[in-house]
Design a protein around this ligand. Structure first.
Ligand SMILES: [Zn+2]
Length: 742
């Protein structure tokens, strides 16, 4: 319809304008004014009181996937979108979600103790005594009935097992007890299983999550002695979603593994989370060597490692049933580009009531949708299509989003301009992560939205926090000198993962945190009563989140030229590359020094002869690795990003030219996908970002190369350098090939 229509866009680089006019990038002079007026109107439509009412309403009953509460919440959300003027439907999937049939943990010697495995209701917490609560458990534990000696493994990380080996302690045939923290929880039983343990217990330690931090709930926000962190232990770093249907949507008639026992990302050993009330008698009864100093915590006991006379019996059985999963999808069609989608999502399922996780984020998102709907009712026509997604089954393993994304992969790769995610929201400082080409956009918005407590921008507040908590004056100075927000690279832990890491769709993740320390995470105490006392009283940061995500969505919906800047991506890849070069250099140096220490027997000479000590074996010396393919690829991308930037700014473009440039800009990240995916986990295809294979949520950048180096597989590292370089070259070629046709 608009073909041949000539209109001139005079576009300005954000860099040229920053701090001068406050104009958003990607807009013409007049459309920028219009955009800013729109955002002001949008802000006036956001009500924090309303956000509070939504949090109270949607967290009023337990609503885990498959429960009556979850269906109720999905239907309430559907009705809200309908009221706001959206086209809305629910996509239903059939997904595996094992719930416990039997949970038993008892110590059988040196004395008997039966674990409570129960969080008591509190009179100060109105929803804590409701029925239909999921009991305390780790989803995707295996069924099992094991009796064995107990061994304390600290956080249960690789390095902890190296420490155990020096003390001559082997966990083969034992049950391990690990504390929460320092890694994603699923990594602990995975490493325990790799070391031959028969079972794994994970407890919340009061030093990290309890009375050592401050007053406990309900007097204060921190975890009380009975609080338990539920949570998933699926090996999500292999693939997330329904374990029976990797790579395809879990529709009614999808091809499935016939049993969970066939799924390659499920554990073979039982695992159970417990409170520190239940952990104390077990740890107290341990004998064997005294734990290294950094392993000791805040319990009033001498920490021993075991094994010894202390034995435990762990028995767990699950129902392994398929349950319905309800994804609520709401749309308003774009007037000019109906096939370009700006997507915004937050999950709605919780472990129990989930006032914070996820309803605080969900309520902010619904408030944005309400405001968008109002703007449309008052005559505004978004150019692009807006799509809101309220996901079910995020908690077990990003199931609702992953199944939906796998089900619609082709369409999403064609249409999605950006996916903007949020999850639980707290109070304090903006946390923003995502695709680096969108850093300017987030920077501009963060400088526009006001922090509700101080009145400075959320950018300034976050920067002030970083300056104030910098580890040294020099670091503080470096942060002070920065004038630009930095987007963090994304690992996993929420629903952006399938969009970004499986499909290569530009993604963002937003939230506020830092001043809402608490112990309610995944417990029955993540409730409205807790939220209004300790998390975000007054819902001020709910409002801040709605405005931040709302402005980003509005700019992406309306921009004349989409505000992607690939020069920032190039800068980041250069940083990652030099990080890897320093990583291998320091590994080479430390390996060689450690080998010399071993060779000269210093560890043995220094060791206490009254205690057993087993020195580690020498490690392979680290070879020199050729990074030149990667460096050359980055150099080509550098030129290509400049070329595209020149076209994007200060050029007069016809509408047709602008349209094809936009298509190029939002599809570009897909060029970074590795055709075969990452080693051992082909579901993860993004060359730049993946969750760590042995760390979980936190990101590994250039993961193929980085993990090969960390795992000392240097030959593989060379292969991965070439593979990564090819995929970066692919993006460079894609961008350089773009020409403006007249
Ligand atoms: Zn969540």
């Amino acid at each position: 319809m608009y073909k041949g229509l000539f209109f001139v866009l005079v576009l300005m680089a954000s860099a040229d304008l920053k701090g001068q006019t406050g104009m958003p990038a990607g807009f013409t002079d007049s459309s920028a004014q219009e955009e800013l007026r729109k955002e002001k109107k949008f802000d006036e439509l956001i009500s924090r009181e309303n956000i509070g009412m939504t949090i109270r309403d949607l967290s009023s009953v337990p609503h885990h996937v498959g429960s009556a509460g979850s269906k109720q919440v999905a239907e309430k959300i559907q009705q809200k979108f309908r009221d706001y003027g959206f086209n809305v439907h629910i996509d239903e999937y059939q997904v595996l979600f094992p719930q416990p049939k039997l949970r038993l943990l008892e110590m059988t010697s040196p004395q008997y103790y039966k674990a409570l495995l129960k969080e008591p209701p509190l009179k100060e917490d109105g929803t804590s005594g409701q029925k239909d609560q999921l009991p305390t458990f780790n989803a995707w534990s295996a069924d099992g009935n094991v009796r064995a000696e107990l061994v304390y493994v600290n956080y249960g990380l690789q390095a902890d097992y190296e420490e155990l080996a020096k003390l001559g302690v082997d966990v083969k045939g034992k049950i391990v007890i690990a504390r929460y923290g320092q890694s994603w929880r699923g990594i602990k039983p995975k490493i325990a299983q790799e070391h031959g343990a028969l079972g794994c217990i994970i407890y919340s330690h009061p030093k990290d999550d309890g009375y050592y931090q401050g007053e406990v709930y309900p007097q204060g926000p921190f975890k009380n002695e009975f609080g338990v962190q539920r949570g998933s232990v699926m090996d999500m770093v292999v693939y997330p979603g329904d374990p029976l249907t990797p790579g395809v949507g879990a529709t009614h008639d999808a091809k499935r593994y016939s049993s969970h026992l066939e799924a390659p990302n499920l554990l073979k050993i039982p695992v159970l989370p417990i409170s520190y009330h239940d952990a104390k008698p077990l740890l107290e009864a341990l004998s064997g060597p005294v734990a290294p100093e950094s392993w000791r915590g805040a319990l009033p006991i001498t920490y021993h490692i075991g094994p010894g006379k202390s034995t435990v019996h762990l028995e767990l059985q699950f129902d392994w049933k398929l349950v319905p999963c309800y994804d609520v999808i709401a749309m308003i069609k774009g007037s000019t580009y109906p096939d370009e989608w700006v997507m915004r999502g937050n999950h709605h399922d919780a472990w129990v009531n989930g006032a914070q996780d996820p309803i605080s984020g969900q309520a902010a998102m619904l408030e944005e949708a309400k405001a968008m709907g109002e703007l449309v009712k008052s005559g505004w026509k978004p150019k692009r299509t807006i799509v809101y997604c309220a996901w079910d089954a995020e908690e077990p393993a990003l199931v609702g989003s992953t199944e939906w994304v796998e089900d619609h992969a082709g369409l999403l790769q064609k249409n999605t301009v950006v996916y903007i995610n949020s999850d639980e929201n707290g109070r304090g400082f903006l946390e923003a992560g995502g695709s680096h080409a969108l850093e300017n956009l987030v920077d501009e918005v963060a400088k526009d939205v006001k922090d509700p407590q101080t009145g400075v921008s959320i950018y300034e507040r976050s920067k002030a926090h970083q300056v104030a908590t910098a580890p040294s004056p020099l670091k503080a100075k470096a942060i002070m000198d920065k004038t630009h927000l930095h987007l963090e690279a994304l690992g996993t832990g929420s629903d952006f993962s399938p969009f970004l890491q499986h499909l290569g769709i530009p993604s963002l993740n937003l939230g506020f945190s830092g001043e809402d320390q608490s112990g309610d995470y995944h417990s029955i105490y993540d409730s409205y009563d807790n939220y209004i006392r300790f998390i975000d009283p007054g819902f001020y940061y709910g409002e801040a989140l709605a405005k931040t995500a709302g402005h980003i969505s509005l700019r992406m919906l309306n921009a004349d030229i989409l505000p992607f800047d690939y020069r920032i991506l190039v800068k980041e890849i250069k940083n990652y590359t030099s990080e890897l070069q320093s990583l291998i250099a320091s590994l080479r140096e430390t390996t060689s020094i450690n080998n010399e220490i071993l060779k000269k027997k210093y560890l043995i000479i220094a060791s206490d002869t009254s205690r057993p000590f087993f020195p580690p074996a020498a490690k392979q010396e680290v070879p020199f690795i050729d990074f030149s393919p990667l460096e050359n690829a980055v150099a080509s991308l550098d030129g290509a990003a400049d070329h595209i930037n020149e076209l994007s700014v200060k050029k007069e473009l016809t509408r047709t030219q602008a349209d094809s440039l936009n298509q190029l800009l939002y599809h570009a990240e897909q060029e970074l996908l590795l055709e075969q995916g990452l080693p051992l986990r082909p579901w993860y295809k993004h060359v730049l970002y993946a969750p760590g294979y042995y760390t979980g949520y936190s990101v590994k950048t250039l993961p193929g190369i980085r993990e090969a180096i960390e795992q000392r597989n240097f030959q593989q590292a060379e292969i991965e350098i070439k593979r990564s370089a090819r995929s970066i070259e692919k993006l460079a070629d894609y961008l350089s090939a773009f020409k403006i046709t007249h």
